[in-house]
Design a protein around this ligand. Structure first.
Ligand SMILES: Cc1cc2nc3c(=O)[nH]c(=O)nc-3n(C[C@H](O)[C@H](O)[C@H](O)COP(=O)(O)OP(=O)(O)OC[C@H]3O[C@@H](n4cnc5c(N)ncnc54)[C@H](O)[C@@H]3O)c2cc1C
Length: 805
């Protein structure tokens, strides 16, 4: 056994072996893997082995498509038979709502590069003659779905890695991890000590335990899962083709052919967590859990109704095995915040759909310093300390039971709520606010009319929020609005080196003292890392504001670049809150609650100052994403309720009202302002996203400068545009494609009805030639094409005069 390696992967399941292979594929040779028993001894050996690329998140879908396409190559490289079958797959809908979701999804798949199409009941019967199609409206057909031998696939990754020089030590259990003080890890195993420059936690069912060895609690939990395999069906004995993999979206179950029988798996409700307090070290080595068919009765009945032949077919084998779930079902990948050179590749719920892509993403990150494209959906830094054991238990249970549900874009699942609430929360609930949740924090979406239920039903079409949001938007533009803005992130940078540090970290110019600037932040690849708002309060003190759910992600980045001395960063996001006021009467409102001069001359646009608001000390910035005259009031949460109370009572006769985030999103799109995740993300560059105007290309040095200059030289193939859509009863949705004739020329990033301009609006990336061309454009909304046109300027206040008054 080597005593020193560049990277040591802990865990020889499909994920660990894939990470090992990809590290060698991208050029690292001095790498090893330790496995406490035999390869596959965790959850990998008893998987059902089904794979597909379908996922509602584009990054996850990219990762899965890579995994699925890799298998034939992997078989060739390793010489290992992995029992590959590509019979295709059907995702079946038996209700009108689900059929709508599938129609919308198939359009989004085109944007994601997936080759799926819709099929009707008769085609379904041809593809899967044993299925009862009564009540079925249709299905998505995906030709790339299939299944494999899980053990073969895991060994194929291991063999391919060994061929590239990696070493694998079986029957070697990691007992403890210790930092060496040289940036590396001392890994104690039951076979001796190994020093590793990098450690990868791919310990699957034991990832929590291997996390705790480095002092981190990883948000994942094993859950029990059953599938059964039937005796041979005579209907399949001489069948001309293999049955497709079938997922019944209404039945919460999946089915595929296994030799001449079928394999049926169910995601029953309630879900059964396993080993909540910790995974026993003596579990494994081809061990299964005792089956509990009683628990599955309801789910199995649905399965037998969909496949009636199964009523009269014997069961050959029942498998009940555990595998890990995270609160949102996506893996935990990347550098673990605050633990240098400790990497996560765990929480992988669908190792045979995702393992290849997880391996590639992590190896790219470790070797090149950043993953390719936007990997936030799988980044271990998307969770914060709100993801406690109790939270993970509730969310993982919920995710398991809704495994095959497609979430509506306006849907916020109920488990694990409320967890974090702002100081205004109970006041806003009393005013009939409907809340959403982000990073564990409740935030108001809109205010339901008095007497109406404070609840928005999930839908792809305009919801019951449409009317109230319209009132909020119109009132905000005519008088004003007050918004709980606690869901922003807030960071404080201080010290003599804070200026030079931020100058290098941010791609934009830093503001003068007392001023505010929008400042993009870039990765070395020149892709966006943030669209931040920077305020300078003194020569050595800056406050930076961003999206609340990115706070651990941004903190990791800030800390990675922090100099050894002279500058420090503090995350104020939990301790501080914020209230935004905006609209033509917002100045008068602010004047009523402060003794300070807030006239246009004394408090100009894009400036910030510390002042009393009501009784409280606060930091007030004159800016608003609504495009109106507006102010953001920030300060410690303990003051926010008192500030709100003063504002709310002073607002009554000014006819300024409470508004929620839906109104803000509508008001900002009327101004053509983009937001993070949608218009801005690691997938885009400053030029194509329109943020180049905030990049200070003349600064001598900043992270991503070389790539940003190259981006500026080479005109991008696409650009961000604002579209007016001839919508009917639904706005466009994220990733719905934009067409010029039959050519797909772009996609939607976000959309909202513009209540004050009376237009359905969307933002999206469109190819330059389509944007410049004369041909009419269309966007697909819930499966139907709607005409749309690019707006040369935003429909509201194109000169920006209203926010500058
Ligand atoms: C019944 C069932 C059906 C499934 N069906 C499918 C399916 O059809 N398709 C699909 O994609 N996924 C499926 N899955 C999920 C799939 O099995 C998992 O996603 C996958 O196995 C996870 O792989 P892993 O490498 O992350 O973890 P694991 O397979 O658990 O591997 C972790 C490894 O780490 C080792 N290890 C842990 N701690 C240490 C230590 N301290 N030192 C050394 N080694 C250590 C363990 O021994 C283990 O071998 C199914 C799961 C179950 C239970």
């Amino acid at each position: 056994m080597k005593r020193h390696v560049r990277a040591l992967v802990i865990g020889g399941g499909v994920v660990g072996c894939s990470v090992l292979y990809h590290l060698t594929k991208l050029g690292w040779r001095d790498v090893a893997l330790v496995e406490r028993k035999e390869l596959t001894a965790g959850s990998s050996w008893h998987a059902a082995g089904a794979f597909h690329a379908l996922n509602s998140d584009p990054a996850m879908s990219r990762l899965q498509a890579y995994t699925v396409a890799l298998y034939p190559e992997l078989e060739k490289i390793s010489g290992q038979d992995i029992g590959l079958h590509y019979p295709g797959g059907l995702n079946v809908a038996a209700t009108r709502e689900r059929w709508d979701l599938l129609r919308a999804d198939v359009a989004r798949h085109q944007t994601m590069g997936l080759n799926t199409h819709l099929v009707g009941p008769s085609e379904i019967r041809d593809l899967c003659p044993i299925m009862e199609t009564r009540g079925v409206l249709g299905a998505i057909y995906d030709p790339m779905e299939g299944h494999l031998d899980p053990s073969g696939a895991t060994h194929a990754f291991a063999k391919a890695a060994r061929l590239n020089g990696a070493e694998i030590y079986r029957h070697t259990r990691v007992l403890a991890l210790k930092t060496t003080g040289r940036g590396s890890w001392e890994v104690s195993t039951d076979q001796g000590v190994i020093e590793a420059e990098h450690v990868v936690n791919a310990a699957g069912l034991w990832a929590r335990e291997v996390g705790r060895m480095a002092g981190v609690d990883l948000p994942l939990l094993p859950m029990e899962h059953h599938y059964l395999i039937t005796e041979d069906l005579k209907e399949l004995t001489n069948a001309p083709r293999e049955l497709p993999v079938v997922v019944d979206l209404d039945g919460e179950m999946y089915m595929r052919q296994e030799r001449r029988g079928v394999l049926l798996g169910v995601y029953e409700t309630p879900a059964t967590p396993w080993a909540v307090a910790g995974t026993p070290w003596d579990y494994g080595d081809n061990e299964l859990l005792p089956p509990d068919l009683e628990r599955l009765t309801a789910a199995l009945e649905k399965g037998f109704t969909r496949f009636p032949l199964l009523h009269s077919t014997g069961i050959r084998k029942i498998v009940n095995g555990p595998f890990t779930f995270t609160p949102d079902g996506n893996p935990l990948v990347g550098p673990v915040p605050g633990v240098p050179n400790y990497w996560a590749a765990c929480g992988v719920m669908a190792g045979f759909c995702q393992g290849g892509g997880v391996g590639l993403a992590l190896a790219t990150w470790m070797i090149h310093g950043e993953p390719e494209g936007d990997a936030f959906a799988l980044d271990v830094a998307r969770f914060g300390d709100y993801a406690t054991g109790a939270y993970v238990l509730e969310k993982a249970r919920e995710f398991y039971s809704r495994r095959f549900r497609i979430a509506y874009p306006n849907e916020y699942w109920p488990a694990g709520r409320p967890s974090r609430t702002s100081a205004l929360h109970s006041r806003l609930v009393a005013r009939n606010a409907v809340h959403g949740v982000s990073y564990g924090l409740e935030y108001p979406l809109y205010f339901a009319p008095p007497g109406a239920p404070a609840e928005e039903l999930p839908t792809l079409r305009r919801s019951s929020a449409f009317g109230p949001v319209g009132t909020e938007c119109r009132t905000a533009r005519s008088h004003g609005g007050i918004l709980d803005a606690s869901s922003f992130s807030r960071f404080e940078f201080t010290g003599p080196a804070a200026e030079s540090y931020l100058n290098r970290l941010l791609a934009g110019k830093l503001p003068e003292v007392g001023r505010v600037r929008l400042t993009p932040m870039l990765a070395p690849s020149g892709r966006l890392m943030g669209d931040l708002t920077t305020m300078r309060l003194s020569a050595e003190r800056f406050l930076i504001f961003g999206s609340g759910y990115l706070q651990a992600w941004h903190m990791r980045w800030f800390r990675e670049h922090l100099p050894a001395s002279g500058a420090s960063v503090r995350n104020l996001s939990i301790d501080w809150g914020g209230i935004a006021i905006f609209g033509p009467r917002s100045r008068e409102l602010l004047a009523r609650v402060t003794g300070e001069d807030v006239s246009a001359a004394a408090f100009p646009f894009m400036t910030a100052r510390c002042m009393d608001v009501g009784l409280a000390p606060a930091l007030v910035a004159r800016m608003s994403v609504t495009g109106e005259l507006g102010y953001e009031i920030h300060g410690p949460q303990v003051y926010m309720a008192a500030i709100y109370d003063r504002l709310a009572s002073a607002a009554v006769d000014l006819r300024i009202i409470d508004v929620g985030m839906y109104a803000l999103l509508s008001l900002r799109i009327e101004k053509g302002f983009g937001i993070w995740t949608r218009e801005f993300s690691r997938d885009y560059t400053p030029v194509e996203s329109g943020l180049a105007r905030f990049v200070a290309y003349d600064k001598p040095d900043f992270v991503g400068r070389d790539a940003a200059l190259r981006d500026r030289e080479a005109p991008p193939a696409r650009r961000l545009v604002l579209l007016e859509v001839d919508a009917h009863d639904a706005e466009a949705n994220y990733l719905e494609p934009v067409w010029s004739g039959d050519e797909r020329v772009g996609f939607v990033t976000s959309a909202a009805y513009g209540h004050t301009c009376g237009k359905s609006l969307a933002m999206g990336y469109v190819s330059n030639h389509a944007a410049a061309g004369q041909r009419p454009l269309h966007v697909t909304i819930v499966g139907e094409r709607r005409a749309c046109r690019i707006l040369g300027e935003p429909p509201i206040d194109p000169t920006g005069s209203r926010m500058r008054v």
